[in-house]
Design a protein around this ligand. Structure first.
Ligand code: ZN
Length: 450
């Protein structure tokens, strides 16, 4: 069992929806019903603080029902939804209410919603905070969604003034438009071939991330307000982040499972299912991200599950500039990360911090989610660390079965996922079609901040 003390043989006491205690192996209260999981490992329910659910408004891309089932299948018991792909975008309290209404009776795991910071909505932020969002998200470059306009430094300053003192983090897509626009213009002038992955990679240079992060570190320090860098891809920004964190600047960092798993050298031309921004970079960059994760400069690993209908990937043309950006991966991050950890000789102990405790803390859920400890919700993953899976479409429970992980051989398998004391996913349940692994009814609830 993976507890805050590490990997140990133990007894977990569950009372209703909560964990009542963690005791030594075999220390079972007289008369208590007992389930013995043998050599399998019990992990805390994972927390994925970066997911694009798209409902209401773009449910044909993804919705609460499928996304939360996919989450449960991968051991994720808490999701935090991004504010941009739904309609209306979550940039005011009325939009948050629309999302709450859409979620009723449709969530298989617990969830929360980030609020959005866009150009012109500084006046809505405190009301949105009072409505219960755990923090806010913004972009420094076009988000892909016209209804979610990116912000410039002046807007950031306005937002940080409002958020200063309320303790909520501002999550930022850290790429500046300037270096991306300049690189793209240069590639177009040279008539670069947009079917080639190398063209796309060159269009999103490291400098776009590095310069954005430099700006954000300065603002976090000036306003003493927590800023969280979402989906860090460029290892070139790590020295800046390490230095800032060493000085106590309130900056935290996440990276995605796909930046730790894939490498640019392996991505075929035209294979737009790999398109995401910032892009997957080279193998040496990947190893530097792993080192930063192990040293603590990167706090957590999330999916950034961002699906779309298959035709929007425009696989037939294979043009990286025209395809929708976003990788579908909800349910696969745990075995992908664990396989990478095994290859690098990292013990399972670190996984709970990276995929559960740290994202729970970011979302204001420390102590309630992401930990096997007395008082926490009884969210439990039964994990077989040795099983091997060749990822097939049948393993994917999200709506559109297009993912760069198809065909990957991953180690570790989620056998069961428990949400607040009851199973919500069981690999071995008799299944009707793809969806028979989910016992009971959707019991997920919103974890609004109070
Ligand atoms: Zn995202």
């Amino acid at each position: 069992m993976l507890t805050a003390e590490g990997l140990t043989a133990a007894t977990l006491l569950v009372d209703g929806e909560r964990i009542a205690g963690v005791r030594g192996w075999g220390d079972v209260p007289a008369g208590a019903p007992l389930r013995d999981f043998g050599d399998y490992v019990l992990l805390p329910g994972l927390v994925d603080s970066h997911v694009h659910i798209n409902e209401p408004g773009r449910t044909e891309w993804e919705g609460f029902w499928r996304a939360t089932r996919a989450a449960a299948s991968g051991g994720v018991t808490t999701l935090v939804d991004m504010p941009l792909n739904c309609v209306p975008e979550t940039t005011n309290s009325a939009a948050l209410e629309a999302k709450r209404t859409a979620a009723i009776g449709r969530t298989w795991v617990d969830w929360a919603a980030w609020g959005g910071v866009v150009r012109g909505n500084a006046g809505d932020l405190l009301a949105l905070a009072a409505s219960g969002v755990p923090g806010f998200k913004c972009f420094l470059i076009h988000s892909g969604i016209d209804g979610f306009p990116w912000v410039a430094e002046a807007d950031l300053r306005l937002a940080l003034q409002r958020l200063r003192g309320c303790g909520l983090p501002l999550l930022v897509h850290a790429e500046l438009a300037g270096p991306v626009d300049a690189a793209t213009a240069k590639l177009n002038k040279a008539q670069a071939d947009w079917r080639r992955y190398s063209t796309f990679l060159a269009s999103r240079p490291d400098a776009a991330e590095v310069e954005a992060i430099r700006l954000l570190i300065g603002l976090a320090e000036e306003f003493q307000t927590p800023i969280h860098i979402v989906h860090l891809s460029s290892a070139a920004a790590l020295p800046l982040l390490a230095e800032a964190r060493g000085r106590g600047v309130p900056v935290t960092v996440e990276t995605c499972a796909h930046y730790l798993w894939f490498a640019a050298e392996e991505i075929p031309d035209g294979a737009t299912e790999y398109k995401c921004t910032p892009p997957i970079r080279g193998a040496a960059n990947r190893e530097a991200l792993w080192a930063a994760l192990m040293s603590g400069v990167i706090d957590m690993v999330i999916t950034d599950h961002s699906p779309c209908p298959a035709e929007m990937k425009r696989r037939d043309e294979g043009r990286w500039d025209l395809a929708w950006g976003g990788i579908a991966s909800l349910g696969l991050a745990l075995p992908a990360l664990w396989t990478g950890m095994k290859r690098r000789g990292v013990g399972l102990e670190r996984l709970g911090e990276w995929m559960a405790a740290a994202p729970a803390q970011l979302a204001g859920l420390a102590g309630q989610k992401g930990v096997l400890a007395a008082g926490a919700d009884a969210d439990i993953v039964v994990f077989d660390p040795d099983a091997a899976t060749n990822v097939e479409a049948g393993d994917l429970h999200f709506r559109h079965k297009l993912s760069p992980y198809l065909g990957a051989v991953l180690r570790g398998r989620v056998l069961e996922t428990w949400l607040r004391g009851e199973p919500v996913f069981s690999l071995n349940l008799p299944s009707e079609g793809l969806d028979g692994h989910f016992p009971g009814k959707p019991r997920g609830r919103e974890l609004a901040r109070r």
